[in-house]
Design a protein around this ligand. Structure first.
Ligand SMILES: [Zn+2]
Length: 184
């Protein structure tokens, strides 16, 4: 069983002070950092929301969200505490096309154009420790697609943050029903 850690959207606009700051985000980043440090042998893959200024998910274009994670802005950067663990070829961008919303990291692509799924397969990974923001959206969709593709998915709850606490609490059993293991 080869494992990897996949970190979803632990970037500034989703963290306290950001345009779409989520609850429990600072705690999730700290817990993620500890998880990585306690599992030094494991590869760490980062998925990043990475939007053009006119992305369809923004309110000005009729979408549900304020502008966030615009490419090239501080709001779109990975949290500084996690930067020591970032390897460029293991960073995957999603939501880059103005007309397409992409909650799932599964189809995210690195600078070389490889998808997250492709690189996980190349690394021989069959089990993913999935962490990040937000439980109800990008974590949920990423978990669903990873499970569908046959990966084993474990989600440590302390490494999650959420838009809405009730939504988070409702999503956890849905993840379990899909086959993910939630770690309390
Ligand atoms: Zn987004």
């Amino acid at each position: 069983m080869e494992k990897a850690i996949v970190v979803i959207d632990e970037i500034y606009d989703f963290i306290s002070g950001g345009s779409l700051a989520c609850e429990h985000s600072e705690e999730a980043v700290a817990a993620t950092k500890a998880l990585i440090e306690n599992n030094k042998r494991l590869p760490v893959l980062f998925v990043c929301d990475h939007h053009p200024e006119n992305h369809c998910s923004f309110a000005a274009q009729g979408g549900p969200w304020p502008p966030h994670c615009v490419a090239g802005t501080r709001g779109g950067d990975i949290h500084d505490d996690l930067l020591p663990f970032v390897q460029e070829e293991l960073v995957f961008y999603k939501g880059c096309n103005p007309a397409e919303e992409q909650y799932s990291g599964f189809d995210g692509r690195n600078a070389a154009g490889q998808s997250l799924a492709e690189v996980l397969e190349t690394l021989g990974i069959d089990s993913v420790i999935l962490v990040g923001i937000a439980t109800e959206y990008c974590v949920f969709n990423s978990a669903r697609d990873l499970l569908k593709a046959g990966f084993k998915v474990t989600i440590p709850e302390d490494c999650l943050a959420w838009v809405d606490r009730d939504g988070h609490l409702k999503t956890l059993p849905e993840l379990t029903a899909l086959g993910a293991r939630i770690q309390k």
